[in-house]
Design a protein around this ligand. Structure first.
Ligand SMILES: [Fe+2]
Length: 156
């Protein structure tokens, strides 16, 4: 079983059950693209940093779960913690430690100004780089700071 593939399929299936309407802060198409693309960026960052690439890609896949459910950007990280934990536990693919690590990365990924666990840092960095890649504005100073560090790290 490839856990990354299985999780992404489950997330895409979940997105298919959400209603796409103009009150969402991001379209469901963006949620689909971002979860897959962010996972790829996160995997590369983990390989570069000598961390667990599978867990990194899975954390990146699920990091916006709160917004997928609510459609709202505001507090989506904190509000995603409980539902993401439940989603991950229900799959039966993860032990308790992994489930908690992944859920904490969901909870803390919006705090781009803080330095967290290796997994949280990968999610934050991959999120910023992926948004930049698709032309989303990086409005906060801490996002732009991260972007310049990641570009230096990856490209030199
Ligand atoms: Fe994101």
């Amino acid at each position: 079983m490839n856990r990354l593939f299985e999780i992404q399929v489950k997330l895409l299936n979940k997105i298919n059950t959400c209603e796409d309407n103009s009150s969402r802060d991001h379209s469901l198409d963006w949620e689909r693209i971002h979860l897959v693309s962010c996972a790829k960026v996160g995997e590369l960052l983990a390989l570069k940093r000598g961390e667990n690439a599978e867990l990194a890609a899975i954390a990146c896949s699920i990091h916006d779960y709160g917004r997928i459910l609510s459609g709202k950007q505001n507090n989506h990280a904190e509000e995603g913690y409980g539902p993401a934990k439940e989603f991950l536990a229900e799959t039966g693919y993860f032990n308790e430690e992994e489930t908690e690590m992944l859920s904490q990365a969901v909870r803390n990924h919006s705090s781009k100004e803080k330095v967290g666990t290796w997994l949280e840092e990968i999610v934050k960095d991959a999120d910023v780089l992926d948004c930049y890649q698709y032309g989303l504005p990086l409005e906060r100073e801490e996002q732009r700071k991260r972007l310049s560090f990641i570009v230096k790290e990856l490209v030199g």
